[in-house]
Unconditional design. Structure first.
Length: 137
């Protein structure tokens, strides 16, 4: 089954110390299914990579390799994130005390009826509160 991919899962594919059997199994599942992401996903991934490089956690060569991996995966970008930002996303952020970024993942999962793959505990709680299925390890 397709799923909504949160940035936290993708970062576990980048950094070995964050990888788990669960995150590895999600990566492997992309051989059969698609991951859907809100358009802000790319900015979140780029931000984590930039900060990690600045702090010496990674380097340009490793980032290039990771970006090649991401480019090879069936990651589908949602075209409606922007039009939902000031309505549904903002409402979910307010109601569940989330960042607008996290609320964008939640809104997408809710609208598409897809399970959510995240390592973020606050996002998991909000999803469960509104009946969005969480992919569990």
């Amino acid at each position: 089954m397709n799923f909504v991919l949160d940035c936290s899962i993708a970062m576990a594919w980048c950094f070995e110390d964050e990888a788990t059997d669960f995150t590895d199994s999600l990566l492997e599942s992309l051989a059969q299914v698609n991951a859907k992401v809100p358009s802000i996903w790319f900015l979140e991934v780029a931000n984590v990579l930039a900060i990690s490089e600045r702090r010496g956690r990674t380097n340009q060569a490793k980032i290039t390799q990771f970006l090649r991996l991401l480019g090879s995966l069936p990651i589908v970008v949602d075209a409606k994130t922007e039009e939902k930002a000031f309505t549904d996303v903002l409402t979910l952020a307010r109601t569940h005390k989330l960042t607008s970024y996290d609320a964008a993942y939640l809104e997408l999962a809710l609208r598409e009826g897809l399970p959510l793959a995240t390592l973020d505990e606050g996002l998991k709680r909000a999803a469960l509160n509104i009946g969005v299925k969480i992919i569990r390890n």
